[in-house]
Design a protein around this ligand. Structure first.
Ligand code: SF4
Length: 387
């Protein structure tokens, strides 16, 4: 009974840590009664079920947005390492989960909290579990502990939470942006360089709680990708929690979260530079139009592109042509000239979106209707990276 309570609560509370695009795509826990099993959508839309819990929700910090903050009156629970390891292995053997995502609040101090996580992982690995483990590194943890955990993990993350000290002070006043968070990420990055982790390192930013702009967020992400070789930056839209200082603040719109992910894709995988993205006067992306289409509409001189002669880099700039369809177009061109929309459609190109920006054998096929997709279509497309 007590274990069930711990599983339910510490699983539910771990939802604030983002492991993929799950929350944005509205994916529910794998089983209705199992809020500790989450499908995480990774690259290329692959979905894995993660056993996702906190080791404890006892916390010495008082972050303004967090359900686990010290001053909040709520049920406090902790797993012993053996308890948690046994539970995970039980669900793994039953084939309900493929991997583990382990996080924790910080109590009584970062080293003790992280040591408990380490012991949990060690028991799991000793039981011969070879699968995926993502471990969250807590801010302020000693280096020796990070190294020990890295050996047992496929992916490490440390949450930066905000794009700068100024914004962090509005969310987590006890934490130090440079010395704890940024330095912590730098350490993970060095470790990853010396002994690469299978699934690299990631971080998470809370969006919409501190007044930061999309441009500030994406500027930090760009730096993190280039300086620390991060695998992913996750954007966690702020959700107000009852009985916290930010409870009356409106939640971050899911569309804002999606636009950030779309822009992030353009920066990481489509060869776009931050300066090329279109921001409004306040430094935010358009919510009504995806960032690639927004760029195309402000660079009409770049279009129309002839599909049969455009370079790969040029093709990737066309709305509706993603990385997979771009490859298919290049392969098809080796066999024949592409001269009709049907051939192009068969490459996976989204014709509805692309037709205003291309020619086929010199012929232009403009759309009669507007080129916007519904939000549902956009989400679907995004899973396949066909922006
Ligand atoms: S450190 Fe802050 S964000 Fe993390 S669990 Fe504690 S209160 Fe929540």
């Amino acid at each position: 009974m007590i274990l069930e309570k711990k599983l339910e609560n510490l699983g539910r509370l771990s939802r604030f840590d983002v492991t993929g695009l799950s929350r944005f795509f509205g994916l529910r826990p794998y089983l209705k009664d199992a809020p500790f099993i989450y499908p995480a959508v990774g690259f290329k839309g692959r979905c894995v079920n993660l056993f996702k819990v906190l080791q404890t929700n006892l916390c010495r910090h008082n972050c303004f947005y967090c359900a686990n903050r010290r001053a909040r009156d709520c049920l406090r629970l902790s797993f012993s390492p053996l308890e948690l390891a046994k539970l995970f292995l039980h669900f793994y053997k039953k084939k309900f989960v493929d991997g583990l995502f382990l996080s924790s609040a910080i109590y009584p101090d970062p080293n003790i909290a992280q040591e408990n996580m380490y012991i949990t992982l060690r028991i799991i690995r000793k039981a011969d579990f070879q699968g995926y483990i993502h471990t969250v590194i807590l801010p302020g943890v000693d280096d020796y502990l990070i190294k020990k955990i890295a050996v047992l993990s496929d992916r490490l993350s440390l949450n930066l939470e905000a794009p700068s000290e100024r914004y962090l002070s509005k969310l987590s006043p006890d934490k130090n942006f440079k010395d704890q968070l940024l330095k912590g990420l730098e350490k993970l990055s060095c470790l990853n360089r010396e002994r690469p982790l299978k699934a690299g390192i990631t971080t998470q930013l809370v969006v919409g709680a501190a007044g930061e702009t999309d441009k500030e967020i994406l500027s930090v992400s760009t730096n993190l990708y280039s300086k620390f070789s991060l695998d992913r930056v996750y954007y966690s839209g702020f959700v107000p929690v009852k009985d916290t200082p930010l409870e009356s603040k409106p939640p971050c719109s899911p569309i804002r979260e999606m636009r950030l992910y779309q822009a992030d894709f353009l920066l990481r995988r489509y060869g776009f530079r931050l300066e090329e993205l279109v921001f409004d006067d306040r430094g935010n992306l358009s919510q009504g139009c995806d960032p690639k289409l927004a760029w195309a509409k402000t660079h009409l001189d770049f279009f129309p592109l002839e599909i049969n002669s455009a370079s790969k880099e040029e093709l990737l700039r066309v709305p509706g042509i993603g990385r997979i369809s771009c490859e298919r177009i290049v392969n098809l061109r080796r066999q024949k000239r592409i001269s009709n929309l049907e051939d192009l459609r068969n490459t996976g190109t989204v014709i509805k979106r692309a037709r205003d920006f291309i020619t086929l054998n010199g012929k232009f096929y403009p759309s009669k209707k507007k080129m916007f997709l519904s939000l549902r279509e956009e989400k679907q497309l995004f899973l396949w990276e066909e922006l």
